[in-house]
Design a protein around this ligand. Structure first.
Ligand code: PSU
Ligand code: MN
Length: 324
C-alpha cells in the first residue's frame, strides 16, 4: 500500500520534457478484454487484432504519444500500490486481471487498504498528475470522455467525481467530450460553474463523443491550433494562477463517427434495464457501454478506439507545445 512514481516520470517532470498522463479505467471498465471479433467490423489499423482489445489499445495509445514526441505515463493501481508511470508488465497485468475494478476519489483510500487492483478514472488519474510532483504536475492527460452529470439528475442525482478533480487539478484533459450516457448540457454547465474552460479544437460545439455533431450540442469556444490551446493553458495556470483543469474537446475522427440519434434509443433501453436490475451505481457505465457495443454491432467500439488514439496523438503534440 504505497504511492510509486516511476524514475522515468520523476526525471521527465524535473527536466520539463513533454509528458502525457493516460487513465486505466478505460482499460479495466471501458473496453472488452476479448480479442477482435470480425462481427465488430474491420479492426482499426492501430489495434493488433490478435491481442485483447484493451491491451492492444494501451499499446496503440502509448505509441501515439511517443510518436508525437512525449513520454506516456499510465496511471493505475496494482495490489494497492498507486503507480504513476506503469511499465509494460504492470500495464499488461492490470489489463488482463479479471478482478480489476475502477477507483475514483471516494473509493481510493479503501481500495489501497484492501490492496485492490484497479483502473483509475479521470478523477483518480488527475490525482496522480498532481501527486507525481506537486510543484510540477503532469500538465496533459489524454482520455476518451470524461464523467459528468448523469441523465435524470433531478430525480436521481449522480455526478461524477471527475468534475471535482477537474475543478482542483491544473492539467489539460484532452477528450472527445463526455460519455454519451450523460446529460451533456448539464455537464457543460457544471464545467462552467467549477471554472473549467471548455475549448473545442476546431469546433464550436461540445464534441458528442462517438457521434456526429448536431445543432443542439452545447456551444463552447473554439481554438484553431494546438499552439493557441497551449497559450491559453499557460495564461490560465501561470498568469491567472487558477487551480483548475482545462478541457480540450476533440471531435471523433469523421470516418468512424456514428450517425446522430442512433444511440439515443438504444441508450434509453439500456438505462431502463440497468435501473430495473437494481445493481450498484458503479456498474452503470460498464453496463451501458457493453449494451451499446452490442446494439451498434461494434460501431461504438471502433469509434471509441479511434478517438482514444487520436486524443493520445493530440495530447502528445500539446505536451510538446507546452514544453517549448
Ligand atoms: N467514458 C467512457 N467509458 C468509461 C469512462 C468514461 O466512455 O469507462 C470512465 C472514465 O474513466 C471516467 C469514468 O473518468 O468512467 C467516470 O466514472 P464515474 O461516472 O463512475 O465517476
Ligand atoms: Mn456516479
Amino acid at each position: 500500500m504505497s504511492i510509486l512514481v516511476s524514475e522515468q516520470v520523476h526525471e521527465t517532470l524535473q527536466s520539463g520534457a513533454p509528458i502525457v498522463a493516460l487513465e486505466t479505467a478505460v482499460l479495466t471498465s471501458g473496453l472488452p478484454r476479448c480479442i477482435w471479433n470480425d462481427s465488430f467490423g474491420a479492426c482499426p489499423s492501430q489495434i493488433e487484432s490478435t491481442q485483447p482489445i484493451n491491451w492492444a489499445l494501451a499499446k496503440a495509445m502509448t505509441a501515439a504519444v511517443e510518436q508525437n514526441g512525449a513520454t506516456p505515463v499510465w496511471i493505475g493501481m496494482l495490489n494497492g500500490t498507486f503507480i504513476i508511470g506503469m511499465n509494460q508488465e504492470e500495464l499488461l497485468e492490470l489489463s488482463t486481471d479479471e478482478t480489476a475494478t475502477k477507483v475514483s476519489l471516494a473509493t481510493f483510500a479503501k481500495a489501497m487498504y484492501e490492496e485492490k487492483t484497479a483502473g483509475t478514472t479521470v478523477a483518480a488519474t488527475l490525482l496522480g498528475c498532481k501527486l507525481a510532483n506537486p510543484e510540477r504536475p503532469i500538465r496533459v492527460f489524454a482520455t476518451g470522455g470524461i464523467g459528468g452529470v448523469h441523465k435524470n439528475w433531478s430525480t436521481q442525482l449522480d455526478v461524477s467525481a471527475d468534475l471535482t478533480a477537474l475543478a482542483t487539478t491544473p492539467t489539460c484533459v484532452v477528450a472527445s467530450g463526455a460519455k454519451s450516457i450523460l446529460d451533456v448540457h448539464a455537464t457543460v454547465e457544471a464545467l462552467e460553474t467549477i471554472g473549467v474552460p471548455v475549448l473545442g479544437m476546431g469546433c464550436d460545439r461540445f464534441p458528442p463523443f462517438i457521434e456526429r455533431f448536431d445543432s443542439k450540442d452545447p456551444i463552447i469556444s473554439n481554438v484553431s491550433s494546438i499552439h493557441e490551446l497551449a497559450e491559453i493553458c499557460k495564461t490560465h495556470w501561470n498568469s491567472l494562477k487558477l487551480p483548475s483543469a482545462i478541457l480540450a474537446g476533440i471531435p471523433v475522427p469523421e470516418n468512424v463517427a456514428l450517425e446522430r440519434g442512433s444511440l439515443a434509443e438504444a441508450l434509453q433501453k439500456a438505462e431502463q434495464s440497468w435501473f430495473e436490475k437494481n445493481m450498484p451505481s458503479t456498474t452503470r457505465t460498464p453496463y451501458l457501454l457493453g449494451a451499446l457495443a452490442e446494439i451498434t454491432q461494434g460501431a461504438s467500439l471502433i469509434a471509441n478506439l479511434e478517438l482514444l488514439c487520436n486524443n493520445a496523438k493530440i495530447a502528445g503534440k500539446l505536451a510538446v507545445s507546452l514544453s517549448d
